[in-house]
Design a protein around this ligand. Structure first.
Ligand SMILES: [Zn+2]
Length: 219
């Protein structure tokens, strides 16, 4: 498939942007900045978390509606809870961080950014999305994410219907991101969650209701 002039120019712009940022991004990455992003944005997972529970309810009435909401939760969850915090650790400028986060999962020429992000996620978050598979699945999670995006597009652009199987896939994938991977990464950063989404950095919580709490309170 040949590219139009605009597409070629865009591609070139992206390549330049990548070349410009790649080296300093890797050199300047700080774990502290990644952690501080989580501790300063304690509710970053809430929109995706709420959308996922909405998706579960809708799915009982209509799998197509369930799939659309699950696909929203999947993309927003991936961006808000994993990719954006990492980009924030890599790139100091907020505007560039948002741009790269959006492009990573929306534009194919951003494969190299994706590789970079997934590398950092593996190193600091302990999960390799390139090889990670949900239990019982033969495909990688990243392949399943792409599959859900394709089904979502056929619904949005061609008004097709989702099968129950499609909707289950979308719900499974978004739940894997929001209910499993995100909590694991958060724990690895030294935080924990309340109500399934709220990030908490108060280490004393762990001892709530135990005899240790009384000791901590009295000191
Ligand atoms: Zn807590």
């Amino acid at each position: 498939m040949s590219m139009s002039y605009e597409e070629a120019a865009y591609e070139q712009y992206m390549n330049d942007l990548y070349a410009e940022h790649r080296k300093e991004a890797i050199e300047e990455f700080t774990f502290e900045r990644l952690c501080s992003y989580y501790s300063e944005n304690t509710l970053l997972a809430k929109p995706a978390f709420d959308t996922l529970s909405e998706a579960r309810k809708l799915n009982e009435l209509n799998p197509t509606a369930g799939l659309i909401f699950a696909a929203i939760a999947m993309e927003v969850g991936l961006k808000a809870t994993l990719l954006k915090p990492i980009v924030h650790g890599l790139v100091h400028a907020e505007s560039v961080a948002s741009l790269i986060t959006d492009l990573t999962i929306s534009h194919t020429s951003m494969d190299r950014y994706r590789t970079l992000l997934l590398h950092v996620l593996q190193e600091h978050g302990g999960v390799d999305l390139n090889t990670f598979k949900r239990s019982g699945s033969t495909k990688t999670l990243w392949e399943e994410i792409n599959e859900v995006q394709k089904i979502r597009n056929t619904i949005m652009h061609r008004a097709e219907k989702a099968s129950e199987q499609n909707a289950d896939l979308a719900l499974g994938v978004s739940s894997e991101i929001i209910d499993r991977i995100f909590p694991e990464v958060v724990v690895k950063m030294g935080f924990h969650l309340h109500d399934g989404y709220r990030i908490c950095s108060d280490w004393k919580c762990k001892h709530k209701g135990t005899h240790l709490e009384k000791i901590i309170d009295s000191t």
